[in-house]
Design a protein around this ligand. Sequence first.
Ligand code: ZN
Ligand code: FE
Length: 256
Amino acid sequence: MARLEIYQFPMRSDNYGGLLHDEKTGATAAIDAPDADELLAALRKTGWSLTDIFITHHHYDHTAGIEAVKRKAGCTVTGPAAEAGLIRGLDVEVKEGDTVEIGGAKGIVIETPGHTRGHVSYFFPDHGAAFVGDTMFSVGCGKLLEGDAPTMWTSLSKLAALPPETKIYCGHEYTDANCRFALTIEPENEALQARAAEVAANAKSGAPSLPTTIGQELATNPFLRASSPNIQKRLGMEGRSHEEIFGEVRRRKDVF
Ligand code: ZN
Ligand code: FE
């Protein structure tokens, strides 16, 4: 089995870049291309040469660097078929269940719409890692810019069903602010209290809060915890559907 090395690095103001590297073949993929110069600098630093870019969604802060990086590196750009018209430089269109390959490592495309209409995530089952763009953040989730609450709830539920030890690489470092909001929704959650303290200390030292894991998110992320009796009670929504409860948590975050 191919062994993937994963290098995560900050880009722009609060984005993360991710590089996946297969030692045996030298193949290297970037998850999204937020900024060409910063991505090229990360490649120089690692000494890896880029073969692929896997795009999660069409937003500028995930695609701005595609064309310049492609000119330099001559890589293949793969992204969601549903957003093909919105992503310049796209070579390969993917949808639910398709696979992407980096060296011998296989990634499965999971459609996770809600933040955007065609957002996809990439799950590498043999490596226990998933790249989820702006669908799930640590202790948070993406804004519903092109989808409704039931759509996003379905997408988050797909990610929540991955093995709990799966490492989750998110598109942004928002965890500190997310924890402050989450504590208004479920203040009695001890796992959340511990995560908030850890992340606040990290934020001071500049250490990343990511990757997270599905297990950690299930325990702390209010957007995955519609089944929590404490949350249902606090929102006055006992007995309501999980997608409705999720929608209310999302609405409150939007005005927090
Ligand atoms: Zn976005
Ligand atoms: Fe983003």
